[in-house]
Design a protein around this ligand. Structure first.
Ligand code: AMP
Ligand code: TRP
Length: 307
């Protein structure tokens, strides 16, 4: 089985990325031949600083290894190092639907209210389709917010195959059972995100333990003191999901244990679970990131294999 996923180097990485992204990458690399791509070409579709982007590319590569990718097993590389990605985006744009691209919610969310909206922001999902289709990927581990883009990639493959003969494999999205969409701790009706969420409601993977504890302690909870999931309890549901992702326990087991204990002790334990999960990740990150030369070497090896 071929596995492919991509992740943008811009924006500090957060618990939502861990849940829908990093932890799924580490798990799926065990199941086949896996490629993981730092998609810097996607990040240039909105304002960016070139020098910062180069640093963020290494930051993200270090985080991919710190969260469990094994360079001996997975191919980890930078999108712009393999020029076929940009080429595929142009060629596939001829079989991508203009109307469908206009319906992408990420385009509408990121474009709305901006003074300048690049054409690249609009064609972004075509580049993503190229990423996936070039590798004949079967499985694409992603979070729920990428579902629409994955569907578009499948549609492009199908249209290309119908017109020119069987060429591309149609990829399947892999979504986590719990935590496919982690919500903001302050505004639990919005997804956790460094661009669309609140800073206090976003748990960064590199936040120091005390910052993580404070953000979780001040998470909004809902009326009633019962610890359970539900549409009427978006705040508590988010905390239960986070704990489930951090510990591997099922949400049901967590609900049972904390049902009547009140929010205080529950939040304290969620915070400890997150700190316990992230402390070793942060230590590995510091170690891996301190050797930029080795990171660059690994990425060069990855690009060669990907090519
Ligand atoms: P990005 O940082 O936008 O490139 O996203 C990297 C991965 O994280 C993608 O697979 C996203 O679907 C996933 N992701 C981003 N935000 C969340 C979230 N709040 N909950 C779950 N997964 C997410
Ligand atoms: N668009 C994805 C995101 O923002 C990143 C991405 C780019 C991607 N190319 C990909 C994800 C290919 C999976 C497969 O999260």
């Amino acid at each position: 089985m071929r596995v492919f996923s991509g992740i943008q180097p811009t924006g500090a990485k957060h618990f939502g990325n861990y849940s829908g992204g990093f932890r799924q990458y580490a798990a799926t690399q065990e199941r086949g031949e896996a490629f993981f791509c730092v998609v810097d070409l996607h990040s240039i579709t909105v304002d960016y600083d070139p020098a910062a982007l180069r640093e963020q590319t290494l930051d993200l590569a270090a985080m991919l290894f710190a969260t469990g990718l094994d360079p001996g097993r997975s191919t980890v590389f930078v999108q712009s190092h393999v020029t076929a990605h940009a080429e595929a985006a142009w060629l596939l744009s001829a079989v991508a639907s203009y109307g469908q691209l206009g319906r992408m919610t990420q385009f509408k969310d990121k474009g709305d209210g901006r003074e300048f909206v690049s054409a690249g922001l609009f064609t972004y999902p075509v580049l993503m389709a190229g990423d996936i289709l070039l590798y004949q990927a079967d499985a694409v581990p992603i979070g729920d917010d990428q579902r629409q883009h994955l569907e578009l990639a499948r549609d492009i493959a199908e249209r290309f195959n119908a017109r020119f003969g069987e060429t591309f494999r149609e990829p399947t999205g892999i979504y986590p059972n719990v935590g496919a969409r982690i919500m903001d701790l302050q505004e639990p009706t919005r997804k956790m995100s460094t661009t669309g969420g609140t800073p206090q409601g976003t748990l960064l993977l590199l936040d120091p333990p005390d910052v993580l504890r404070k953000k979780i302690r001040s998470a909004v909870t809902d009326s009633g003191s019962e610890v359970r999931r539900g549409d009427d309890k978006p705040g508590v549901t988010t905390l239960i999901d986070i704990m489930s992702v951090a510990t591997g326990e099922t949400p049901g087991a967590i609900e049972e244990r904390y049902a009547s204990g009140g929010y205080g002790p529950f939040k304290a334990d969620v915070a400890e679970a997150v700190v316990e999960l992230l402390a070793p990740v942060q230590a590995r990150y510091a170690e891996v990131r301190s050797d930029a030369g080795e990171l660059e070497r690994l990425l060069a090896v990855g690009a060669r294999k990907a090519r």
